[in-house]
Design a protein. Structure first.
Length: 458
């Protein structure tokens, strides 16, 4: 007999149990479900809704059920649909009919909303800690590469040289915003829905704030209908996770490109690459590729939940059971990626000479030549055209700007003097961009200080 079987005259169709059950996946909530139940029972006792003896029996029974679930001894069945009813059934098996008092003043609707919040709270703490580790790894590499110069790109065409530290710090600031978003979401996750009942609270004189306090919530969800219908906090998490994944994926894309023979800027450690079953020479950046690839499922989980929720009337609807798998999958996908990321960044070898070579054998100092002409009072637009001509002729002669003689320069513009060679030197080019947020050494060191302070205050 089902726990809710009283008003039914028939048993469910054999396919219905399997179709409606969530136990195969929501058993991940077991610990949180029992944690919530322990607090609920304590509140029922304090509010004298159940007596001390029954409350203690239920609490001890719940702890035994938890042990049995953890050890794998407990049998979780589809017949009892979900983790909430499985736990209740196991409790009744353990301590007898007094276990049936656990669900007084509560519904699975407020219970499941509570479990989701408890689960997500822990996940948010783990994920932000992992993000901090990634930030630290990037900062470490930045510190070691303050003087490493490489081309900066726009349109994936070499544009102007930057420092590798500058480039890596750009990602540090992205992940910092991600951490801030995760922390900001905390105040919306950390409210207790318990006591909202099925939708309209309960007739028992419960104390919602007491339970909330016991479970370390900042407060309670103020409206019972909203409390059981709200999955905004899950959507918000999936959205934050999508941004994190997008940032990871963009960095992965660069690591993959940089590892190619065409770039040859870095080598990822063997421990983070895999080989080919056919081609003996291959070393593939599989981890970076998979992190990039798994971004798809994280976005998918966000779209899936938004779509599930969009037409739902108040209050609880069974559709909402679809909130779980995507959330679990996203938490696990993200944790997997972030745990690998910090050591992968820490151990990557930077090929500084190759990066520098890519700057020297290029025209990414052309803007500096134009700026130099502006210094000779030539309007920037004219200077741009003159330098365009110079670059074109260099390309035709297979030369770079630093290869031209002073006479050749003066054919284009008589104002050019021999200090031009100093101006066009790659290191000078980087340091000439001495503006807030720019690539000049002192400016990158400033950014490093800002990043370090932010990381410490996380
Ligand atoms: N397994 C359900 C879910 O995950 C729990 C809530 C069920 N409530 C109900 N009235 N059927 O959403």
């Amino acid at each position: 007999m089902k726990l809710w079987g009283g008003r039914f005259t028939k048993s469910t169709n054999e396919l219905v149990d399997e179709y409606t059950a969530s136990i195969t996946f929501d058993q991940k909530l077991a610990l949180y479900d029992i944690q919530g139940s322990l607090a609920h029972v304590e509140m029922l006792r304090v509010c004298q809704i159940i007596n001390n003896q029954d409350a203690h029996a239920i609490q001890e029974g719940l702890l035994k059920v938890l042990e049995k679930i953890k050890s794998g001894e407990a049998h979780l069945s589809e017949e009892h649909e979900d983790i909430h009813m499985n736990v209740e059934k196991l409790l009744i098996d353990e301590i007898g009919s007094v276990g049936g008092k656990l669900h007084t003043g509560r519904s699975r609707n407020d219970q499941v909303a509570l479990d989701m919040r408890l689960y997500l709270r822990d996940a948010l703490i783990r994920i932000s800690t992992l993000l901090v580790n990634v930030e630290k790894a990037l900062l470490n590499q930045a510190k070691q590469n303050i003087d490493t110069i490489l081309p900066g790109y726009t349109h994936l065409q070499r544009a102007q040289p930057v420092r590798l530290a500058h480039h890596l710090l750009a990602y540090t600031f992205m992940f910092q915003r991600d951490i801030e978003r995760v922390c900001d979401s905390w105040k919306r996750v950390n409210l207790s829905p318990l006591g909202a009942g099925a939708l309209a609270g309960t007739t028992f004189p419960i104390d919602r704030n007491y339970v909330a306090q016991k479970l370390n919530f900042d407060g309670i969800c103020p409206n019972s209908l909203d409390a059981v219908s709200d999955r905004d906090f899950v959507v918000e998490f999936l959205s934050n996770a999508s941004l994190i994944s997008m940032h990871l994926s963009r960095l992965c894309e660069e690591l993959i490109q940089w590892s190619s023979a065409e770039f040859n800027f870095i080598e990822l450690d063997d421990a983070f690459c895999t080989g080919s079953s056919m081609m003996p020479q291959k070393k593939n950046p599989d981890v970076a590729e998979l992190v990039r690839g798994k971004t798809g499922r994280v976005y998918g989980n966000l779209m899936s939940l938004l779509t599930t929720l969009k037409g739902l009337p108040l209050a609880y609807n069974k559709d909402m059971q679809e909130d779980k798998e995507g959330m679990f999958d996203t938490v696990e996908t993200l944790e997997g990626a972030l745990a690998l990321f910090a050591p992968m960044i820490d151990t990557m070898e930077v090929k500084k000479e190759n990066m520098y070579e890519a700057v020297v054998k290029d025209y990414s100092n052309a803007t500096d030549l134009a700026d130099y002409l502006v210094g000779k009072d030539i309007p920037f637009r004219e200077a741009h055209a003159i330098v365009g001509q110079i670059v074109l002729s260099c390309i035709q002669q297979k030369k770079y700007l630093l290869d031209l003689t002073l006479e050749q320069y003066q054919e284009y513009c008589p104002h050019i003097e021999k200090d031009i060679y100093q101006v066009l030197d790659p290191k000078a080019v980087v340091d000439a961009r001495d503006v807030d947020g720019g690539p000049a050494k002192n400016r990158v060191l400033d950014q490093m200080d800002i990043a370090e302070d932010l990381i410490q205050t996380n």
